[in-house]
Design a binder for this molecule. Structure first.
Ligand SMILES: Nc1ncnc2c1ncn2[C@@H]1O[C@H](COP(=O)(O)OP(=O)(O)OP(=O)(O)O)[C@@H](O)[C@H]1O
Ligand SMILES: [Mg+2]
Length: 506
């Protein structure tokens, strides 16, 4: 039995998001769906799951066929199609058991009351079946991201009538996972495929695909530009199909990163900072320097950024900028500091507002002249930012939620730079961002740094840290244990210093 989508077309006003897309999933195969930001991947998934209604086309599973516009979430569900959508599908402040119940409901006992014993038992069974290392009463936010992701997958698969077969769609399941965690997630996905599940898998981490995906379909501007078999799936080939130019041409267009080891004025200095999971962090960032923070998720990386930003109070230690302490102001961010948070949907985006409003939000002060907001100046500036950052949207007034994930990320980085901060903090700055856009974001940040800005960046992508940073500080269990720079700055060294335990236990 195969799943087939044929001639799927979907327009959003003037935007043609999908233009006659064909794709076929086969049992036992992991089918990668690739394409740049805004190429139509999530839209295709949404039409398959009935979240968006296709304009035309056909879906078929085995012998059953249906006109694509007739597919509803209920019918898609009936066909055994299960999907983990791109953005947030678990609840951090709820327990594992509550997360499993959200969506399918709790087992009920006498008088309709929730039967907690049955709920916990069901949850324990799922944890066992999916080989997840967690207990039913743990809060999701306490779990490692890969475990959390596994809970999310188990949750969408729990009510399949037929435990083998069916379709599992994963839209960027590895954003913000470390390399070792990506391997763990992949092992689980391979297990599902081996039991006959048809898997559709979206990622921008193209290097993850060779040896993992059995087939790849590449989309560009809503059209299929090609399909590759397992042996043809290589990084350079994928990039060329996604972007339309060779990887070499693309990289030579972006200026290469020169590590400048000359002494600089120290601007941002952290001494023995303690707070939350951070047990002792010391580091310094010079003018124009880009400093990375490597370490496992949970090692305190994000807390460290928040203590510099001003939204988390350090228990002890000091944070100074140009010799002046950045003192705690009851959670109010410091004026000189900007943060691109890890979770853009929850913490940084104003989804119903327009792209323009999202770019000018928090920095509207810039275009005020003599008490009036200079709309013309602001519009011109926003237009420039959209062009410079390569943001793809239907228009400047498009609601933010209609932008593809990667384009939202570019807009948030642009907004933070617009405020002309002294210190820029970035938490997973290129999650969900395609190959070309990643290079563009790196370039934007480097340009900003060359003007004297201090940059502190957290990323699970060690290649990214090596590519961007002058030096990288390794955080192990909340303590800064080493600093790597110059020729020592390699992904292998960072992995060894920051992820030693996990690598050895895989
Ligand atoms: N609800 C909507 N209204 C208007 N336009 C939309 C809507 N949803 C998506 N689009 C547009 O459709 C196109 C395809 O977007 P889609 O989200 O499918 O891209 P994607 O391939 O998933 O990108 P990414 O890698 O950034 O997640 C984009 O131009 C996007 O702006
Ligand atoms: Mg998407």
């Amino acid at each position: 039995m195969t799943f087939r989508a044929e001639g799927i077309t979907k327009r959003f006003g003037p935007t043609v998001a999908l233009d006659g897309v064909d794709i076929e999933l086969r049992p036992g195969e992991i089918h990668a769906l690739c394409g740049g930001n805004g190429s139509g991947k999530s839209t295709l998934i949404k039409t398959i799951t009935g979240v968006e209604i296709a304009d035309s086309g056909t879906f078929s599973i085995g012998e059953i066929a249906s006109a694509a516009p007739d597919v509803t979430p209920a019918r898609s569900h009936e066909w055994g199609i299960r999907c983990l959508h791109q953005q947030g599908s678990t609840f951090g402040s709820l327990t594992v058991t509550e997360n499993f119940a959200a969506g399918v409901g709790f087992p009920r006992g006498f008088g309709g009351r929730i039967d907690w014993r049955a709920a916990r038992k069901h949850s324990r069974e799922l944890l066992e079946e999916f080989e997840i290392d967690a207990s039913p009463d743990q809060l999701l936010e306490e779990l490692r991201p890969v475990t959390r992701q596994m809970v999310a997958i188990a949750r969408v698969l729990q009510d399949r009538s037929d435990s083998a077969g069916g379709v599992l769609i994963l839209d960027e399941p590895t954003a913000s996972l470390s390399a070792a965690d990506v391997d763990r997630l992949h092992e689980a996905v391979v297990r599902f495929a081996e039991t006959g599940t048809m898997v559709m898998y979206v990622t921008h981490r193209l290097g993850d695909l060779p040896g993992f995906a059995s087939r790849a379909t590449v989309l560009r501007d809503g059209r299929v530009v090609g399909e590759l078999g397992a042996s043809e799936i290589r990084h350079d080939r994928l990039v060329e199909m996604i972007v339309g130019v060779s990887e070499e041409e693309l990289l030579s267009a972006a200026s290469s990163h020169v590590v400048d080891a000359s002494a600089r004025d120290e601007r941002l200095v952290l001494k023995d900072v303690v707070g939350g999971p951070v047990k002792g962090a010391s580091l310094s960032v010079g003018a124009g320097e880009i400093v990375g923070v490597a370490g496992l998720v949970g090692a305190g990386r994000s807390s460290l950024l928040e203590m510099v930003f001003g939204t988390q109070e350090p228990q002890s230690g000091s944070v100074e900028l140009d010799g002046e302490p950045l003192t705690w102001r009851s959670g109010k961010p410091h004026d000189q500091v900007a943060l691109v948070p890890e979770n853009r949907v929850i913490d940084a985006a104003f989804l119903p507002l327009s792209l323009t409003e999202n770019i000018v939000a928090t920095t509207t002060g810039r275009c005020w002249r003599k008490g009036f907001l200079n709309h013309r100046a602001e519009r011109a500036e926003v237009r420039q930012i959209i062009a410079d950052s390569g943001i793809k949207a239907a228009s400047e007034e498009a609601p933010f939620q209609t932008l593809s994930g990667g384009n939202q990320q570019k807009a948030i980085v642009a907004r933070c730079l617009r405020g002309e901060p002294e210190v820029l903090l970035l938490d997973e700055p290129t999650q969900g961002v395609d190959f070309a856009a990643r290079a563009a974001i790196h370039e934007t940040i480097r340009t900003a740094a060359s003007e004297g800005l201090c940059v502190l960046v957290v990323s699970s992508d060690l290649e990214e840290l090596v590519l961007m940073c002058n030096k990288v500080v390794v955080l192990v269990d909340g303590v800064t244990t080493s600093t790597v720079s110059g020729p020592d700055l390699t992904p292998e060294n960072l992995e060894r210093l920051g992820f030693g335990e996990v690598v050895s236990s895989v």
